[in-house]
Design a protein around this ligand. Structure first.
Ligand SMILES: [Zn+2]
Length: 79
């Protein structure tokens, strides 16, 4: 029972996080945008985020898609 509640709470937190903060600093370069081993002479973009310094939070696209669907339905119902 407690475990179920914990999972539900974790899922709710994850959905809220993915909805309001869909981007997080890249885990590989930690937002530095350059790859490890970059020097002043040799500069390379991070291979993971391709130089954006950010990564999209897992599932944020799905959360936004679902939110759009709910809003669309509510809008139709209110009409
Ligand atoms: Zn990166």
């Amino acid at each position: 029972m407690t475990a179920t509640l914990l999972i539900l709470a974790a899922a709710a937190i994850w959905v809220i996080r993915a909805h309001f903060w869909p981007y997080a600093p890249c885990r590989w370069c930690k937002g530095a945008k350059t790859n490890r081993g970059s020097t002043a002479k040799r500069f390379g973009s991070c291979w993971r985020c391709k130089g954006s310094g950010m990564r999209q939070v897992l599932g944020s696209r799905q959360v936004h898609k679902a939110a759009r669907g709910i809003r669309g339905k509510a809008w139709k119902a209110g009409k």
